[in-house]
Design a protein around this ligand. Sequence first.
Ligand code: HSE
Length: 437
Amino acid sequence: MKPINVGLLGLGTVGGGTLTVLRRNAEEITRRAGREIRVLRAAVRNLDKAKALAGDLPLTTRPFDVVDDPDIDIVVELIGGLEPARELVMRAIANGKHVVTANKHLVAKHGNEIFAAAQARGVMVAFEAAVAGGIPIIKALREGLTANRIEWLAGIINGTSNFILTEMRDKGAAFADVLKQAQDLGYAEADPTFDIEGIDAAHKLTILSAIAFGIPMQFDRAYTEGISKLTREDVQYAEELGYRIKLLGIARRAENGIELRVHPTLIPERRLIANVDGAMNAVLVLGDAVGPTLYYGAGAGAEPTASAVVADLVDVTRLHTADPHHRVPHLAFQPDQLADTPILPMDEVRTAYYLRLSAFDRPGVLADITRILADSNISIDAMVQKEPAEGEEQVNIILLTHVTVEKNVNAAIAKIEALDTVAGKVMRIRLEELAAK
Ligand code: HSE
């Protein structure tokens, strides 16, 4: 059978990795795909920089020449960002080409429009590499778990922030120093606020939630809170109470809607996912039939991400000649079967909490605080009062609550902060047991 022709947009870390893997494993990939997957040309920003890697592969600096090339069957978009990536992808689709992309930002923001266009044109848009790098989590959710009603998923889906949290815990390092290290190691996004403020994780969570629940992409409704306000103290106190702090992306089916949230989260240290360290990623999924399943691996890097890109290329190659109606739907559910289940506002989310506050060590202070919590219908699970530092009059008090509604906690925090005996702000970190029920 004649080869299927691929055009690459971008030959940076992931593009380079893709070319390397396709070349190194060419024979096995052909045996699996049923025909050769041949890269015909690549569009790059800087010809001189790309030459060594490209070898005899023709290069251009004009990406639209690649998407308009009639010989190309599949366009692989690896340039990232929203524009011109969106325009290139839409043009490739209009030209009747399949698309493989690693662009989480693009899929989370414009996925609905892109999939509708692809559906109408009878082409595929594959995006395994957009979430958790080399972990085949899209494949698992969309196909392997297709018998299940997904109850919730929780993922460590940003390697940079996980690396930072791991270093803060292991080495007691300060946030800013570790961020610099992560940037030097090349894990961070072009704009590192995407990593540390939870935006990159929210892009990936948006994509996972759409596939898990059969809902449209709703990035703008995701609650996003990063790790930049976490202190070494909180990491250490959590540890003393038997928890680890991770930046989790959580999508949960609740009674009257779907929770979609990214935030630092205390999780019991005995959970496997609590022990996912460094730049690694993991996604824990609870399905009603299978129970909990955990997917672990490298969430970034040249060849791990290329592993997902090439898997998509093989999938698209195999299905290229199939009737479009018999392909796996982009979002796991048939396009006319997407649900309009609302995403819940954060006030309505139900979870447990870690609260840290600084109070004067005087009679009645604790009574005031616990009274406020009781009045807000918040039940306390554990409480610790730390020794005051030398010469200090204030003490740190840490409270763990049982599961409650976020708006009740916010109301209680406002009242606690207004007490004369409490200094400064209350630190609030959400806590999830991640139990399989
Ligand atoms: N900046 C991302 C991360 C890269 O740290 O996980 C992979 O999407």
